[in-house]
Ligand binder design. Structure first.
Ligand code: ADP
Ligand code: ADP
Length: 230
């Protein structure tokens, strides 16, 4: 069963830049897929459409049980329960503790305090950071911040986890630690979609590779390679 399905999707920014042209693809539940391509190819735009940061202008898209074209603004929080997101720059709330950063993601969808407390401890255990529960983001290393961001992204047990260059600001050792976590989360059944420029990771930890160039899908390989020189 497809958990993500796009048909003839195009996206043009208001300044006239066409970022995506006629994208069609299907991703099965449980897959791990890398999105690769040069800078400016359209990878971030593609990812933003999937968690409804941006609207599709043409074509149709479905993520989990949601139709991206029909989704009302008030339904976006519902979509975000099914789709967790991780960014290159972590995007943790600086004035909240590790506990509060994760709890907040659950509070906004109305989870009860007791369930929140249990789940925050569970996801922090998974990422190996229970001892940092009271720390603030600026008291953590980059690798630790990304692990907290991953814990937050899975707090609501999303079906899909989207990561936009999650290792972009990390050294190789921390990058591999993040990959081990994503791999573990994928093995628990979460579908993962990860945009990356890390050729070593893509070429070592083999998964499906979709390459985007100039807004178009130019390659889609099972157990693919990175395929660029950078
Ligand atoms: P990538 O993530 O592969 O680097 P992007 O999706 O960020 O590519 O960008 C695709 C194209 O859309 C590029 O030409 C970029 O300059 C343009 N673009 C991205 N964001 C915006 C925006 N907010 N407004 C106008 N153009 C944008
Ligand atoms: P127990 O289940 O043994 O009572 P708690 O659930 O109270 O333990 O707490 C588990 C961990 O989460 C503890 O380290 C606790 O200090 C921490 N914690 C609980 N609530 C918060 C909060 N609002 N901010 C920061 N840390 C918290």
């Amino acid at each position: 069963m497809s958990i993500i399905k796009l048909s003839n999707v195009s996206k043009k920014y208001s300044n006239g830049t066409t970022a995506l042209r006629n994208i069609s693809l299907e991703i099965e539940a449980g897959e791990f897929t890398y999105i690769v391509g040069p800078s400016g190819a359209g990878k971030s735009t593609f990812i933003k459409l999937l968690y409804r940061e941006l609207k599709i202008d043409r074509g149709s898209g479905q993520v989990a049980e949601y139709d991206l074209s029909k989704l009302k603004r008030r339904d976006v929080p519902m979509l975000r329960r099914s789709v967790g997101v991780v960014f290159q720059d972590y995007k943790l709330l600086p004035k909240k503790t590790v506990y509060e950063n994760i709890a907040y993601a659950m509070e906004v969808i109305g989870k009860r305090p007791r369930e929140i407390k249990k789940r925050v401890n569970e996801v922090l255990d998974l990422v190996g950071l229970k001892h940092k529960i009271r720390s603030f983001p600026n008291e953590l290393s980059g690798g630790e911040q990304q692990r907290v961001a991953i814990a937050r992204s899975i707090a609501n047990a999303p079906k899909v986890l989207i990561a936009d260059e999650p290792t972009g600001n990390l050294d190789p050792e921390n990058s591999w630690e993040i990959m081990n976590l994503l791999e573990k989360i994928n093995l628990q059944g979460t579908t993962i979609l990860m945009a990356t420029h890390n050729s070593q990771i893509v070429n070592t930890l083999k998964h499906r590779v979709i390459a985007i160039e100039n807004g178009r899908i130019v390659r889609d390989q099972e157990e693919g390679v990175y395929g660029y020189d950078d």
